[in-house]
Write a protein that binds this ligand. Structure first.
Ligand SMILES: *[C@@H]1O[C@H](CO)[C@@H](O)[C@H](O)[C@H]1NC(C)=O
Ligand SMILES: *[C@@H]1O[C@H](CO)[C@@H](O)[C@H](O)[C@H]1NC(C)=O
Ligand SMILES: *[C@@H]1O[C@H](CO)[C@@H](O)[C@H](O)[C@H]1NC(C)=O
Ligand SMILES: *[C@@H]1O[C@H](CO)[C@@H](O)[C@H](O)[C@H]1NC(C)=O
Ligand SMILES: *[C@@H]1O[C@H](CO)[C@@H](O)[C@H](O)[C@H]1NC(C)=O
Ligand SMILES: *[C@@H]1O[C@H](CO)[C@@H](O)[C@H](O)[C@H]1NC(C)=O
Ligand SMILES: *[C@@H]1O[C@H](CO)[C@@H](O)[C@H](O)[C@H]1NC(C)=O
Length: 320
């Protein structure tokens, strides 16, 4: 452990205990955010209409997104009108989606306390708001794409950048043109024992071509900056892309249809209801999670500001 972490050891131990507990309680993997960005030149004032409109928008946005995985809404009247969108990764359950987005709402209000525009990315969801209507706007500004690689080591043979490129080309075609949710996952065998896993997704407020373009830019960024990284993600305002040498998503969602192409499940249809066995546990888990959530918020907030950025830069992830 790097020496600068030592003064924070008690907090770290507490946090790891907490996340282990949360993880078993909700079976959700760590939910810590990966990146956020807010306007610092354009602020609203505390107690303003914008602030109350924003708070209302964010909570209604996340509830609206849970059933389908995506929502875009607005609230208030000009000049205080606020626009927002929320996206969950295509393979996560509604419980995971809800957990991720409620964390996102808390975090963004805390991280961007006065910003008129803000966005926050996690591995399982994305939340964004702005004082202007960004619906259908395509963000082709590559400087606004963020890339992270967790493993600094380069893959040894037989990892092949070409194999990764082919996988991604296939996935982005499928997500943009053959998936109503603009989402696709897939695997490719590197050897008989090693597999490469990929996932791509776009926000659903854009055309198929814009989705394809956003993902193609992500592929280009990845092949420029992390050509041999065995684990990396690219996060943008309109799309998400990730790969790893282990399975990090639910493989039964977003996979390619079997060879005689089966009709795709209609994503507009209400999600399956066969989740009753899970519901019982949720009633027990939610109060526990709320208490732990409040405790963790207190700890994370005092801890994160000082340490997280430093740690993330040096230790966990490598923003470029
Ligand atoms: C961060 O947000 C600001 C304000 O919304 C925007 O001007 C800037 O381009 C964003 N930066 C990135 C890297 O997305
Ligand atoms: C806006 O708010 C942020 C965070 O509170 C602060 O750092 C920044 O200086 C403010 N910007 C302006 C222009 O007031
Ligand atoms: C925002 O823009 C989209 C696309 O241009 C449009 O369909 C939508 O009605 C706008 N929303 C509002 C609240 O003006
Ligand atoms: C982004 O799109 C706009 C309008 O569609 C275009 O004018 C601009 O040149 C594009 N920028 C890049 C970097 O492709
Ligand atoms: C990984 O490969 C890239 C490009 O091939 C190189 O720039 C980088 O130094 C390598 N990193 C390590 C840790 O070997
Ligand atoms: C990858 O290997 C597994 C196990 O050897 C096999 O079942 C699977 O069909 C292979 N997948 C592809 C895409 O070749
Ligand atoms: C994967 O997704 C399927 C279909 O939505 C679901 O039935 C299954 O429980 C999920 N598996 C995991 C491990 O979440």
């Amino acid at each position: 452990m790097p020496s600068y972490l030592l003064p924070n050891l008690p907090q770290l131990l507490f946090l790891s205990f907490l996340f282990t507990t949360l993880r078993t309680a909700t079976s959700a993997p760590s939910n810590s955010w990966y990146w956020y960005n807010c306007s610092i030149t354009s602020n609203f004032t505390t107690h303003s209409t914008y602030k109350s409109d924003l708070q209302l928008l964010l909570s209604s946005l996340s509830s609206a997104a849970i059933p389908t995985g995506f929502s875009t809404q607005s609230n208030g009247r000009s000049p205080n009108q606020v626009f927002g969108s929320a996206l969950c990764r295509g393979d996560v359950s509604q419980d995971e989606c809800q957990y991720c987005l409620s964390t996102a709402v808390q975090d963004i209000l805390q991280l961007c306390p006065l910003s008129r525009r803000g966005a926050i990315w996690y591995l399982k969801c994305f939340l964004r708001y702005s004082s202007s209507n960004f619906t259908s706007s395509k963000d082709n500004e590559t400087s606004r794409f963020r890339r992270f690689s967790y493993k600094t080591q380069n893959a040894s043979e037989p990892f092949s950048a070409a194999l990764l490129g082919n996988l991604m080309t296939d996935l982005i075609e499928r997500a943009a043109y053959r998936s109503a949710r603009l989402f696709a996952t897939g695997e490719v065998n590197m050897t008989s024992s090693e597999t490469l896993y990929g996932l791509v997704q776009c926000t659903r407020d854009q055309s198929e071509d814009d989705c394809h373009q956003c993902l193609q830019r992500s592929v280009n960024i990845m092949s420029t900056y992390f050509p041999r990284s065995i684990e990396a993600v690219t996060m943008a305002y309109n799309c998400f892309m990730g790969h790893a040498t282990y399975s990090f998503y639910n493989q039964s969602v977003g996979a390619a249809p079997p060879p005689p192409p089966a009709p795709e499940v209609d994503p507009g249809a209400p999600p399956p209801r066969g989740k009753d066995s899970g519901k019982k546990n949720v009633a027990l888990v939610i109060p526990l999670v709320s208490v732990l959530g409040v405790l963790s918020a207190i700890f994370i907030c005092s801890w994160r500001r000082r340490t997280f950025l430093k740690v993330s830069r040096k230790y966990c992830i490598r923003p470029v």
